[in-house]
Design a protein around this ligand. Structure first.
Ligand code: AN7
Length: 361
């Protein structure tokens, strides 16, 4: 790999497990190495050790950076002058940033009106050409697929295997941090690239003798955008716009991960998602975007007295559960503000007035 001493990203850390060679120019923003944060409050509720893999702390604020460093490095190595992707927002932000870093063009195809404000700003700020189509993510991906084979253009959606390769490094980090794989891994599922990637990472590190065990993989979809749970494509609707996807490209990869690991796929409502988002921020100080809170909502659903699948939670002493929280809360301020009814309390500019309103609230 042509990497510099400054590189601290996932290619520098895990190049031996990635499809890179001496000839690969490394395009990196020092992504990865995100914190695995212990959650005392979720641990107490679950009767197990619960950790949050906070992927919102990547350079563009989501896990997409892990796959994008590999995808852009390989695209440049192959001589691409333009990258293109369909996106619900985070992929486009990451593609645009890494293309800027590489000095090549980026075009992003987005569902009009369904991209969180922060993500749309990112695409523009990083200099991408932004096309909003009158359709959903699945329509956008159909159009992007049709660019396959166009000279000089590389598709950087997760249908590009380089993306999955980069994203699998999150599993490596978790194993290195915990000393072995957790018993259960929970994550949100949209286009299903991430659950596919995590499972690949866990299996590869197990094969390399780095972990004796493998986790059960449990994915959560939004109730209104749950094609895998329902067993057929759907017209997707959810406040968690990142996972507003009706026909996931990596459906098969998700099914394999779930079946081979003995895990499952389940749903959470928009209300459960937004409640979990607010709970996590106000109880653990971790602010994630709505789609990411599907992990937490999922765990809480399994812990509720009505849970029918509570038996799938590991109950033995010292059991470990990892929840991936995929994106930063600042990406999408609108949804939580509406849900929480967040408005500041106004007061006159003196101590008495401020104390009066604080005592009342
Ligand atoms: C915060 O950006 O699909 O199941 O185009 O942004 O691997 O698709 C985003 C997906 C979860 C779901 N959490 O991951 C896109 C896009 C966040 C996300 C997912 C996404 P996949």
């Amino acid at each position: 790999m042509k990497k510099s001493l400054h590189d601290r990203g996932v290619i520098a850390r895990y190049g031996a497990f990635l499809p890179v060679s001496e000839a690969t120019p490394v395009v990196s923003l020092n992504e990865g190495s995100t914190p695995l944060i212990h959650s005392p409050k979720l641990s107490e509720r679950a009767g197990a050790e619960v950790y949050l893999k906070f992927e919102g702390l990547n350079p563009t604020g989501s896990f997409k950076d892990r796959g994008m460093t590999v995808a852009l490095s390989k695209a440049v190595e192959r001589g691409a002058t333009t990258v293109i992707c369909a996106s619900t927002g985070n992929t486009s932000a990451a593609a645009a940033a890494y293309a800027a870093r590489a000095g090549i063009r980026c075009a992003v195809i987005l569902p009009a009106g369904k991209i969180a404000a922060g993500k749309l700003v990112q695409a523009f700020a990083y200099g991408a050409r932004v096309v909003a189509i009158r359709g959903n993510f699945d329509d956008a991906l159909r159009i992007v697929r049709e660019f396959g084979g166009v000279e000089g253009v590389a598709i950087v959606n997760s249908i590009n295997p380089d993306r999955i390769e980069g994203q699998k490094t999150a599993s490596f980090e978790i194993i290195e941090e915990l000393g072995e794989a957790p018993d259960l891994h929970i994550l949100p599922v949209g286009n299903a690239g991430n659950i596919t990637a995590y499972w690949k990472g866990y299996r590869e590190f197990q094969a390399a003798g780095r972990s004796a065990k493998l986790p059960k993989m449990v994915g959560f979809q939004a109730e209104g955008a749950a094609p895998i749970f329902r067993g057929h494509p759907v017209d997707p609707h959810t406040v968690a716009t990142a996972i507003r996807i009706g026909n996931p490209a990596s459906w098969e990869g998700a099914t394999t991960a779930i079946q081979e690991s003995g895990g499952g796929i389940d749903i959470v409502t928009d209300h459960q998602i937004l409640d979990a988002q607010q709970w996590l921020a106000s109880h653990e100080g971790i602010f994630v975007e709505p789609a990411s809170a599907a992990s937490v909502a999922g765990l809480l659903k399994r812990l509720s007295p009505e849970a029918t699948q509570a038996d799938s939670l590991p109950r033995h002493k010292g059991a470990k559960i990892v929840l991936t929280v995929t994106g930063h809360g600042l990406k999408d301020p609108e949804a939580p503000v509406k849900h929480g009814g967040f408005v500041p309390i106004e007061a006159d500019a003196d101590l008495t007035a401020v104390r009066r309103v604080l005592d009342k609230s």
